[in-house]
Design a protein around this ligand. Structure first.
Ligand code: ATP
Ligand code: MG
Length: 553
């Protein structure tokens, strides 16, 4: 990571502004609407906004854009705060657009007084019709001729609750023939008799997003208001409001939103997955949410690294989820504790092992010189993975088979002497001998074996449930795939191993620990784990199995 990274286009703008003295310091904001949990796309915006302020010694506000009372909830506010913190960022101030309702009302009144806004009693259909089309200009109706005094009076009455939902709106008086449809007298206030999660029943009129966002930026002296490309057409209105209200000139800059393969990222769609029980909640480990990824075991650092690697673009593209998984593996390889867990057990009896049970030691992480060791009990009866044994093995089969030797990880070399079967011919047990001089770390046997297997001592093993996750969708570009996005759900995205056998060190480990189950993948303890029953989530496989699967067809 020593190579100098070139600046992204927003960093270039910021450096130019600081150099020219346009600003002496910068302020950014992350402005989520609290109508759902944050997803990996938001992580990109968070890393960008907080990252800029960090790099240039400025500050970042966390502002909840909570102008839509019917979809917003405190649960979402709390989850958003938790996620931003977990990602490793601290906000300068926690703010709410709803804190500014009084000021925003004042701003609308100011436009009314300047003759730049009016109350319109038309229905939403009429308003839509009068708007024209991108190629034909719109027409202004008679309500636009109301005097500022009349408008001010009606607007006050709207606030007092005199009118029904939808009976009136306030519109900015801009330009009904503008090529930018958003400037054709956009609605800035509407009536909504709805309870708000913060302001309760104080208000029955609410500002539209476009009348709240820029002004909130301005109130907070935001220098660089960064958003995604779909807001490009909104920029003219953003600037118009600031200019005509004569308030702090915040500016909007747009970058390409993150789209990622095999997943969806709109809160509306994520909410459907939750409500229709395609997943088990917002933090289901298969979700693209930050809380889902956290529960799945993705380290925050890996997510930040991913956001850094994809960079900031001006054009939309689709990022391979494989890159995110690559960042996760890279990070986990450095920190994960190595442990042994057998998913599908086959009993091995070491017939010549007469010793007492014995504690072997094994490295926690060969990549980490300070990672320390753990004790692993060895005994006469062990489990290995059923798939690691073959009665009739092909050439070059380096796992266990009759007459063949393998090493048991951190323990001894064993040789398969006999296969025991039940009446139906199923293999129930494999009888082996061990080579006492072959103990790992002090091996004087001189025997070389090619295969090393993971194993657990039966009497010491803890039972565990292991949840193996796969992609939630079967197609790469879910948002652009034909039909409803839910038709592309992968019905096989969760596979549960009900009774796995785990080495006992896993009983003492902690919730936040990351594990590599040797030869199996990376895992984390799930929140549903209890002292009676361990539950693990597979964070990611050791290698990318999906790419191969796709190629096979
Ligand atoms: P969604 O469409 O998922 O509901 P949103 O844009 O409505 O997302 P907001 O809560 O309004 O969600 O977004 C907060 C900030 O995060 C905004 O500045 C928005 O531009 C940014 N953001 C949202 N989705 C992405 C994404 N996929 N990539 C990058 N930034 C995003
Ligand atoms: Mg939004």
């Amino acid at each position: 990571m020593s190579e100098e990274k070139s600046l992204n286009f927003i960093e270039e703008i910021v450096e130019e502004h600081l150099k020219s003295g346009k600003y002496t310091s910068i302020t950014t904001r992350f402005p989520p609407e609290p109508n759902g949990y944050l997803h990996i796309g938001h992580a990109k915006s968070i890393c960008l906004n907080f990252g800029l302020a960090k790099k240039y010694g400025g500050k970042t506000n966390l502002r909840f854009d909570d102008t839509n009372p019917t979809t917003e909830e405190t649960e979402y506010v709390e989850s958003i705060k938790e996620d931003v913190r977990w990602l490793g960022f601290e906000w300068a101030q926690e703010l709410y657009a709803s804190n500014y309702f009084e000021q925003l009302y004042g701003f609308a009144m100011k436009l009314i007084e300047k003759g730049l806004a009016y109350v319109d009693d038309s229905s939403s259909e009429e308003i839509a019709q009068q708007k024209g089309t991108p190629t034909t200009p719109g027409v202004r109706n008679a309500f636009a001729e109301r005097t500022p005094e009349d408008n001010a009076k009606i607007f006050r009455e709207m606030r007092e609750g005199k009118y029904e939902d939808g009976s009136k709106v306030v519109r900015a008086k801009i330009d009904m023939s503008s090529p930018n449809m958003l400037l054709r007298d956009p609605i800035i206030y509407r009536i909504k008799h709805a309870h708000h999660h913060r302001t309760g029943d104080d208000w029955c009129i609410y500002p539209m997003y476009d009348f709240a966002h820029g002004q909130s930026d301005s109130i907070e002296n935001i220098t660089h208001s960064i958003c995604t490309l779909e807001f490009v057409p909104h920029r003219d209105l953003y600037d118009w409001c600031i200019e005509n209200l004569e308030i702090f000139p915040s500016h909007q800059y747009e970058f390409a939103r993150l789209n990622m393969t095999y997943t969806v990222m709109s809160k509306r769609k994520l909410l459907q997955l939750v409500n229709e029980k395609h997943v088990n909640g917002w933090d289901d480990p298969r979700m693209s949410t930050i809380s889902g990824m956290r529960r799945r075991g993705y380290p925050a650092e890996a997510i930040r690294e991913f956001c850094d690697r994809i960079g900031i673009a001006k054009r939309e593209n689709l990022i391979d989820v494989g890159l995110l998984e690559f960042c996760v593996r890279e990070q986990l390889n450095k920190i994960a504790l190595r442990r042994m867990v057998v998913f599908d057990p086959l009993k091995v009896v070491i017939t010549n092992y007469t010793g007492e049970e014995e504690l072997l030691t094994s490295e926690n992480n060969p990549e980490d010189p300070n990672g320390g060791h753990r004790e692993v009990p060895f005994s006469k009866e062990l489990y290995i993975e059923r798939e690691d044994f073959m009665e009739v093995a092909p050439k070059k089969y380096f796992r266990l088979s009759p007459g063949q030797m393998v090493r048991l990880k951190s323990a001894y070399i064993i040789k398969c002497e006999e296969v025991v079967k039940d009446a139906e011919g199923n293999i129930t047990e494999v009888r082996c001998t061990y080579i006492p001089e072959s103990k790992s770390g002090s091996d004087t046997s001189g025997i070389n074996v090619k295969g090393t297997l993971h194993w657990v001592s039966i009497s010491h093993a803890a039972t565990a449930e292991v949840r193996l996750y796969d992609r939630l969708f079967k197609v790469e570009d879910v948002a652009n795939a034909e039909g409803d996005f839910k038709e592309h759900i992968n019905d096989d995205s969760l596979h549960v191993v009900g009774h796995a056998y785990a080495e006992p060190a896993l009983l003492n480990d902690k919730v936040d620990d990351r594990y590599q189950f040797i030869r199996k993948g990376y895992f984390i303890l799930d929140k549903e784990s209890t002292s009676d029953k361990l539950v693990f989530n597979r964070t990611v496989t050791l290698k990318d199995g999906w790419a191969k699967e796709v190629k096979k067809g």
